[in-house]
Ligand binder design. Structure first.
Ligand SMILES: [Zn+2]
Length: 384
């Protein structure tokens, strides 16, 4: 991770670089910023910069032996501590070391990692993630090792809010009398949840939200969005890159679902079996996954209900997107009192069976053929 990979925060980057140039790197620093601010990325970029063998005035080189290891997060002098919990694989006394492989994967895939996504990644269900007292023993062990290659040993602690008191106190003792050439970077998000002694014993580096214009430009670059759309998303996400990404992914998913739904309904209405088979192959692809198939069925139910509401002449509830409105104008008349309950039950049942591992190919084809029949049921005359 280089500084150039971190969105915005130019003045923070400058200040950090200055500490390296002037040889006054504080040994315990608290990178405090909200989720989506990029504080974890900054911490890694800073550690990479310190260790880089060929650094410039503005960034690490990205090419030296040290940088290459940092970019894979496998440098032997780079250590991570993060909150964990038990899961199916790690059943007792979980510590960061048990989850290092998943950690590297998660951070390399998305350096703007949220704790919710981390929890999902390590499949710990709803258990509370913690940095336990077993962890502080492991930290002591790591720090007693000599540095391998770099001048500094860096320990990045993500979410120090999740320390329990006993382990935080142990860590604080180490911070007070640190082994030489050891750098602690605590990447925290919520100052109110931090033990006050952590605050008083670390140097605070405040990371604000990402500047709106900088975020907008990043969204244009990364997602090829139009200027005005990127501007809107940047504003809605309040300088939070994680939030911006979520908005984009949601709208991408809705677009995909919309096109799947319209193709499905058209083919079903025509009774076009070859198209229905192609469509089924598409949605049954393993990349789609059961969770997404279920979400798609929920989306279908939403449009069926919107159609009914439209037929009964209720005012627009404002929950339908513009492209959906256009389609519903033509589609709604085919959803009516004589078939709506059956269609809703059909979609609900499909969702139920997907959850219970039904074969999606067989299931969606079966639903398609039933829909072909149901969409041709004539509307009762009083609604028609
Ligand atoms: Zn380098």
């Amino acid at each position: 991770m280089q500084f150039k990979d971190v969105i915005g925060h130019e003045s923070v980057k400058e200040r950090l670089i200055k500490t390296v140039k002037e040889g006054r790197i504080s040994h315990a620093q608290l990178f405090l910023g909200k989720e989506g601010s990029g504080n974890l990325s900054l911490a890694i970029a800073y550690a990479q910069y310190i260790s880089c063998q060929n650094k410039s005035d503005t960034d690490s080189c990205g090419e030296c032996a040290s940088c290459i290891k940092f970019q894979k997060l496998i440098h032997p002098d780079l250590h991570f501590v993060f909150p964990v919990a038990t899961n199916d694989e790690v059943k007792d006394k979980p510590i960061s070391a048990n989850f290092l492989v998943q950690w590297r994967e998660a951070v390399l895939q998305e350096p703007y990692l949220s704790i919710a996504n981390w929890q999902e990644k390590i499949e710990t269900g709803n258990k509370q993630l913690l940095i336990s007292k077993n962890e502080s023993e492991s930290i002591l062990k790591i720090l007693s090792l000599k540095t391998y290659e770099a001048e500094y040993k860096t320990m990045i602690i993500w979410y120090p809010e999740k320390f329990n008191i006993a382990s935080a106190n142990k860590l604080l003792k180490i911070i007070e009398e640190p082994p030489s050439k050891t750098l602690f970077i605590l990447v925290a998000h919520d100052v109110s949840q931090l033990i006050s002694t952590i605050l008083s014993r670390t140097q605070l580096v405040k990371i604000g939200i990402v500047d709106e214009t900088i975020l907008k430009n990043e969204l244009i670059k990364k997602y090829a969005l139009e200027d005005s759309l990127a501007q809107n998303i940047a504003r809605l996400s309040d300088g939070n890159f994680i939030q911006a990404k979520k908005i984009i992914e949601q709208s991408e998913q809705e677009e995909l679902f919309f096109s799947l739904f319209t193709n499905w309904m058209r083919a079903a209405f025509k009774g076009d079996v070859p198209s229905l088979i192609t469509w089924t192959d598409e949605i049954a692809k393993t990349t789609f996954g059961r969770e997404k198939q279920k979400q798609f069925l929920t989306y279908c139910l939403h449009l069926v209900r919107e159609s009914l509401i439209k037929n009964f002449g209720k005012p627009d509830l404002g929950r339908t997107a513009n492209n959906e409105k256009g389609f519903l104008a033509n589609f709604a008349p085919f959803i009516h009192g004589a078939n709506c309950m059956e269609i809703i039950n059909l979609l609900n049942d499909a969702s139920y069976h997907i959850e219970r591992n039904a074969n999606p190919k067989i299931l969606f084809l079966d639903v398609s053929l039933k829909l072909t029949k149901l969409l041709r049921v004539e509307a009762p005359s009083e609604v028609g």
